[in-house]
Design a protein around this ligand. Structure first.
Ligand SMILES: *Cc1c(COP(=O)(O)O)cnc(C)c1O
Length: 219
């Protein structure tokens, strides 16, 4: 099947309120343009430079899309990231949030990345430290927390991620209930190609598929 058909099939498979952020890493501008022509409005990229190149290749179309940083971001790249991305989904430290706020010429929408599998080598803040981080960001002024993002363990079995998705949804509800300034939790970004069904069952309203739309990555 082609990219447009894959997107149609994906949309039929999820409720209408679930937003699709297309994970574009390693894909060509032509492939991404095909997806955009088929109705994709949100692009996720893992690296600042790759997103820069893709934006350039897409020309004026790029400005009609919403760009999400979904890869790990170093504090010293905060300024560059803000020039390319609309949303930073991977904030996991007060330091990074401060750097973003300092370099922002607008209120920056961010998501908190949750290390829901509590995997030591993984990015993200562990669930029990998320509230302290959100409270810290809530006083900065230039940053607005709009969502949580999580990967969950990548074992190849989506069911293994279910408890992590469930806990992240509980955390989402808890943090939303605190009603903190500059915290307006609306997006729960969980689910990739092999896990989006489980993620949506557990309350995700934003999925980040790549492979299911484009086919397997060659690199
Ligand atoms: C690569 C990637 C995805 C998409 O993964 P697929 O398995 O290709 O759907 C989603 N989120 C993040 C953070 C990624 O790095």
């Amino acid at each position: 099947m082609g990219i447009a058909e894959n997107i149609e099939a994906l949309k039929r498979d999820i409720p209408e309120h679930v937003r699709i952020v297309l994970a574009a890493k390693t894909r060509s501008p032509e492939e991404v343009a095909e997806a955009v022509a088929a109705g994709v409005t949100d692009i996720g990229e893992n690296y600042v430079q790759e997103a820069e190149r893709l934006r350039q290749a897409l020309g004026s179309t790029a400005d009609t899309l919403t760009w999400h940083m979904i890869g790990h971001l170093q504090s010293n790249k905060a300024g560059k990231a803000l020039a390319v991305f609309d949303v930073i989904q991977t904030v996991d430290s007060l330091k990074l949030a401060r750097h973003l706020g300092r370099r922002a010429d607008r209120k920056v929408p961010v998501f908190i990345e949750i290390n829901s599998g509590r995997e030591p080598q993984k990015a993200g803040v562990v669930p029990e430290k998320a509230e302290a981080l959100v409270r810290g960001i809530s006083g900065l002024g230039q940053v607005e927390v709009q969502g949580l993002m999580t990967m969950g363990p990548l074992t190849g079995h989506a069911e293994d991620a279910r408890p992590c998705f469930r806990e992240t949804k509980q955390l989402f509800d808890h943090l939303a209930g605190l009603a903190l300034p500059d915290v307006d939790l609306r997006f729960l970004s969980m689910g990739m190609s092999d896990s989006y069904r489980v993620a949506v069952e557990e309350g995700s309203n934003m999925i980040r598929p790549g492979t299911v739309v484009f086919g397997p990555r060659s690199s």
